[in-house]
Design a protein. Structure first.
Length: 190
């Protein structure tokens, strides 16, 4: 077994969510300060392990009042739960580039199992800049992961009603995570 270790490059990794708003459209939000790691044996990807942490205090929807409401106890309660985590190690390979990874997602201190559908986008040797110098090449790999969760399962249950039995925010939330993973330096040198 040749396990390789990759870290998520935070400036090129992030998560986006969308929920129905007022029964007619979607509102989208994003998190950019996301850190994580991936351990994988390319010959046995079903033994991979992933860990990720999101800074929930930095939610961004493009509307400051909505962002403040999302950070409040009505939604994410970032005062008490500033980070969200995911840890997954149950991997099912569907094709050469498609996988399902199941693990524990923790939001607002509530942990539930979640399965992400993951697409491997490939890898490339690229420059690696530190302090104005190219220390590359460094190997990068890309992934996109999607899932749909019920926000009520995590205690994110604020809502209001609109006429004819509608609600302001849907229960179901679509999540898309884009990851740029970088092979750790000692792995690349080996």
């Amino acid at each position: 077994m040749t396990m390789t270790r990759w870290f998520f490059e935070p400036s090129h990794t992030g998560a986006e969510f969308r929920a129905r708003h007022m029964m007619v459209t979607y509102v989208r939000g994003q998190f950019k300060n996301m850190h994580g790691l991936l351990e994988v044996d390319p010959d046995e990807p079903e033994k991979a392990r992933v860990e990720a942490t999101i800074d929930a205090t930095q939610v961004y929807t493009g509307q400051p009042q909505r962002d403040a409401h999302l950070r409040s106890a009505d939604f994410f309660d970032v005062e008490h739960h500033p980070t969200w985590t995911f840890g997954g190690s149950r991997v099912h390979q569907l094709s050469a580039t498609e996988f399902e990874i199941t693990g524990d997602l923790t939001v607002r201190g509530v942990t539930r199992p979640v399965t992400f559908e993951v697409t491997y986008l490939g890898q490339w040797d690229t420059p690696w800049w530190e302090e104005g110098r190219d220390l590359g090449p460094r190997r990068r790999a890309g992934f996109t992961a999607t899932t749909r969760i019920n926000r009520h399962d995590f205690g994110v249950s604020w809502n209001d009603v609109v006429k004819r039995g509608g609600v302001v925010v849907s229960a179901m939330v679509d999540v898309v995570v884009d990851v740029e993973a970088v092979l750790e330096a000692d792995e690349a040198d080996a």
